[in-house]
Design a protein around this ligand. Structure first.
Ligand code: SAM
Ligand code: SF4
Length: 371
């Protein structure tokens, strides 16, 4: 009798219809195979079509520096990696990349780098934000992803024109977080959470995300990650597979990891479930998906993602922003990437929207802004 009850409760057709999915049900969805997995992807594609449409918005990604003050155990540009040439784009190079995004009608760009907390860094970003707004006559939307900062710093950048911020929580189980970071006050889970809250309070469209397939990570952890995102009421999500890097401490756990293909598949399922749970948020098709499958991002777009971040960093620097092994497109120039975008996206039966910021509809609803 009891067994029957559980089986009935675990029929995925039933709970794909529900408004709220429990942790147990998320775990079950993450384990789907075959026809059940197809059902999950059909449902998430349907939700995307209904709430977002078959559209993809662009954020031209400028990875402007690989200098980082932190030592996250998974990351190829961590401070402790000495086998890496450090670079820092000049302001002119950053502005040229911004101009490229503007001229190619991307409408939004994302500035990303290692994490530096200093007055000079704060001022530099503030200055660049003003200049990018100026060169685009206020038309370019700007996402920042430069790590943990004091609330006053976030506020200054918000006032200077950044209106979205991506800060991945990386892992929401605090024990797992501790295992993938050095155990010191520079890598504190509490502060990461506080930073996210501060960003939301200041008024940013706030994005977070996690890595999928980390050592020590369980399916229950991943279900917890999705519940965290829902409870935090995020506006955007950027999550992707963990891919090991030879010059990082986590390389020692390679033998314990899921095969890359399974990490990829789990990431697609995470995106699909999140799309069903948070119907109108923006979800990025992460570059790391492309490192595993050449059409990985297109597959993500088909089942729920709606944001693409084409790399527009000047080609000569790309090889030095290697977060993980086999990072794609590291020797392309921005123009090369531009030319293959259209063809790629049509593979996913989707359409790129130019000249539109593509803000999170969830944010607009949360703030009572009429779209
Ligand atoms: N420094 C900022 C921060 O950490 O928030 C932004 C840049 S950081 C390189 C961007 C993201 O790269 C991190 O949030 C992390 O999730 C991801 N990342 C780092 N190493 C990775 C790896 N080995 N595999 C997959 N993603 C990785
Ligand atoms: Fe630095 Fe971000 Fe990499 Fe951590 S994940 S080492 S903060 S660049």
């Amino acid at each position: 009798m009891m067994q029957k009850h559980i089986e009935k409760k675990m029929d995925i057709k039933d709970f794909l219809k529900k408004d709220s999915i429990s942790r147990e049900e998320i775990v079950r969805l993450l384990q789907t195979e075959g026809e059940e997995r197809n059902l999950l992807f059909r449902k998430s594609a349907e939700v995307k079509q209904k709430f977002i449409g078959n559209k993809v918005w662009l954020r031209g990604l400028i990875e402007f520096s690989n200098v980082c003050g932190k030592d996250c155990l998974y990351c190829g540009i961590r401070k402790g990696n000495k086998n890496l040439k450090r670079y820092n784009l000049t302001d002119d190079e950053i502005l040229e990349s911004a101009q490229f995004a503007y001229e190619n009608h991307y409408a939004s760009l994302a500035l990303q780098s290692g994490e530096i907390e200093s007055n000079a860094f704060t001022e530099r970003i503030e200055n660049l934000l003003h200049k990018i707004k100026e060169l685009s006559k206020g038309e370019i939307g700007i996402t920042l992803s430069v790590g943990e900062q004091e609330p006053e710093v976030y506020k200054r950048w918000f006032d200077a024109g950044a209106h979205r911020y991506l800060l991945r929580i990386e892992a929401t189980n605090s024990e797992l977080y501790k295992k993938i970071h050095p155990n010191d006050n520079k890598h504190d889970f509490g502060r990461r959470q506080e930073c996210l809250k501060n960003l939301q309070d200041i008024g940013y469209q706030t994005g977070t995300g996690v890595m999928i397939g980390l050592p020590f990570q369980t399916t229950e952890d991943l279900a917890g990650d999705l519940i965290f995102m829902r409870d935090f009421n995020i506006d955007m999500c950027g999550m992707g597979p963990f891919i090991e890097h030879a010059d990082t401490p986590l390389i020692n756990y390679s033998g314990t990891l899921l095969p890359l293909k399974e990490r990829f598949d789990l990431t697609l399922k995470m995106i699909a479930i999140l799309r069903i749970m948070m119907k109108d948020i923006n979800i990025v098709a992460a570059t790391a998906l492309q490192a595993i499958d050449p059409i990985g991002r297109e597959k993500a777009i088909k089942i729920g993602a709606n944001i693409l971040m084409p790399n527009i960093t000047p080609g000569k620097y790309r090889d030095s922003y290697k977060l993980y092994n086999n990072k794609p497109c590291t020797d392309d120039s921005a123009e090369d990437c531009q030319s293959c975008l259209e063809a790629r996206i049509s593979l996913a039966d989707a359409e790129i929207v130019y000249n539109e910021w593509g803000d999170s509809k969830h944010y607009e609803r949360r703030k009572g802004i009429k779209a």
